[in-house]
Design a protein around this ligand. Structure first.
Ligand SMILES: [Zn+2]
Ligand SMILES: [Zn+2]
Length: 232
């Protein structure tokens, strides 16, 4: 079946359209890995070597740090926007294989003797059904297997679609709209509550999603939450 599909719909590079691979050799060469000294604090978004939240930016419900693998730029931007179910696994595997080890080394995989668990940022179920898969979970699973980290997607759920901000009348409702999009599944969470959490998302833009998810996890008892994203 795969063979037949390749004849009917030949693989084309999602970056430049060349036939052959989903991400061709010359497009792979344009990926820009983020070096440790280019990391930012996930609270104030200013430079923070290694990605740990600045001491002055720390807070009880705040995220503890952020590791981003690549710049959200050029081919990667196009790939993440256009990848479809059929090609997603192949593309994700190739991209994750290019993540430099220096990035892996920044991520705290053990904290106070407890091994980390990886929690992908969930999509709203309705959106996931339309799209066919959760991109963050797919990339997260590939990273987790390389780093030998357990994945537990059942801890977080996104319980409603976020209404576009412009549709909401007053400021109070706008704030409520961004807050509290996630819910923790208590019985599952309690099994891992002492473990550090690696919160995985595909793209980091404003940081609002990761901050919200991290706060939700911390309010339900998790002590350490570190964000990891494919691109920033
Ligand atoms: Zn290409
Ligand atoms: Zn900061």
């Amino acid at each position: 079946m795969g063979f037949l599909l390749d004849i009917l719909l030949p693989r084309r590079c999602l970056g430049c359209g060349r036939v052959g691979e989903y991400v061709c050799f010359s497009c792979r060469r344009t990926l820009r890995a983020i070096i440790p000294s280019d990391s930012v604090c996930p609270v104030c978004q200013k430079r923070a070597i290694g990605g740990a939240t600045h001491p002055v930016c720390r807070g009880k419900w705040r995220i503890d740090g952020l590791t981003a693998f690549f710049r959200y730029w050029g081919v990667l931007r196009r790939v993440l926007k256009t990848v479809k179910y059929r090609s997603a696994f192949d593309v994700a595997g190739r991209l994750m294989a290019l993540v430099p080890l220096t990035s892996h080394n920044l991520i705290p995989l053990v904290k106070n003797g407890f091994p980390a668990i990886l929690v992908p940022i969930p999509l709203h179920l309705e959106r996931q059904r339309l799209r066919g898969f959760n991109q963050s979970e797919l990339f997260g699973r590939i990273f987790a297997s390389a780093a030998a980290v357990q994945v537990e997607p059942g801890i977080l759920t996104r319980f409603r679609m976020t209404v576009p901000q412009a549709d909401l009348s007053d400021r109070k409702r706008r704030l409520a709209n961004i807050r509290g999009v996630f819910r923790v599944n208590k019985p599952i969470a309690d099994k891992y509550i002492r473990q550090p959490v690696i919160l995985f998302d595909d793209v980091y833009t404003t940081g609002a999603t990761l901050s919200d998810a991290a706060a939700t996890l911390k309010r339900s008892g998790f002590r350490f939450v570190w964000g990891v994203v494919l691109a920033r």
